[in-house]
Design a protein around this ligand. Structure first.
Ligand code: CDP
Length: 211
């Protein structure tokens, strides 16, 4: 399941995983955790060379239980901090470093291979890069305003206008970076969630899975 921020990927992915008894992997949390670590180490965000050289240093552990998903890095529970504005503002720069992507994509493939019961994986490049042979590929979209409104409801202390601007900035960075840019896989099905509630999105995806 791929798509831009605020398209509803996390809630939909978790809901589909629950409904089908599958595991769930939030790959955005992996990029966010590495970004948290880069900031914690005091590495300059503009220093892509150092980020690349140290990309495999931190140890990431993912929980793929849809009821209790999460990430630790070097044993530290970072599930709260990775959602903070400092990490959100920095993550696209770290995620654009090819060595970071290569390392995380390899970890993601390992997790998928080690999960024979199947997994709903959400991100930006799952259908195109991480799992090109996935049996079902969904690309979630929504209007910029709907995405900003949803994100705004999740965060306090930010205006819808500020959200629209931040998401547009991140979408541009994510879609124009050289390594694995955000793009819809040719064989993905696009689901526009602008007018849909979460239950309707999940029902539509379950219908596509059964097809
Ligand atoms: O919270 P939101 O849905 O906006 O994003 P996220 O899924 O937590 O991902 C955060 C950032 O990680 C994205 O803006 C991308 O820069 C990066 N990302 C990526 O490059 N590839 C993925 N498979 C997942 C996330």
């Amino acid at each position: 399941m791929d798509g831009p921020s605020g398209s509803g990927k996390s809630s939909a992915s978790r809901g589909v995983a629950r409904a089908l008894g599958l595991r769930y992997l939030d790959t955005g949390a992996m990029y966010r955790a590495v970004t948290w670590w880069v900031l914690d180490q005091g590495i300059d965000l503009a220093d892509a060379e150092t980020i690349a050289a140290r990309a495999t240093e931190p140890v990431l552990e993912m929980s793929t239980d849809p009821e209790n998903s999460g990430v630790t890095i070097d044993g530290i529970d970072v599930n709260g901090p990775i959602r903070e504005a400092t990490v959100t503002g920095a993550v696209s720069a770290v995620a654009a470093v090819p060595e970071v992507r290569a390392h995380l994509v390899a970890l993601q493939r390992e997790l998928i291979a080690g999960t024979p019961e199947g997994m709903v994986v959400e991100g930006r490049d799952i259908g195109t890069v991480v799992a090109p042979h996935a049996p079902v590929k969904i690309y979630l979209t929504a209007s910029a305003e709907a995405r900003a409104r949803r994100r705004n409801a999740e965060l306090s202390g930010s205006t819808v206008e500020a959200q629209v601007a931040d998401m547009a900035r991140r979408d541009t960075l994510d879609s124009t970076r050289k390594a694995d840019p955000l793009t819809m896989a040719a064989d993905a099905v696009e689901v526009d969630t602008t007018e849909l509630g979460l239950d309707e999105v999940i029902a539509e995806i379950l219908r596509l899975v059964k097809e």
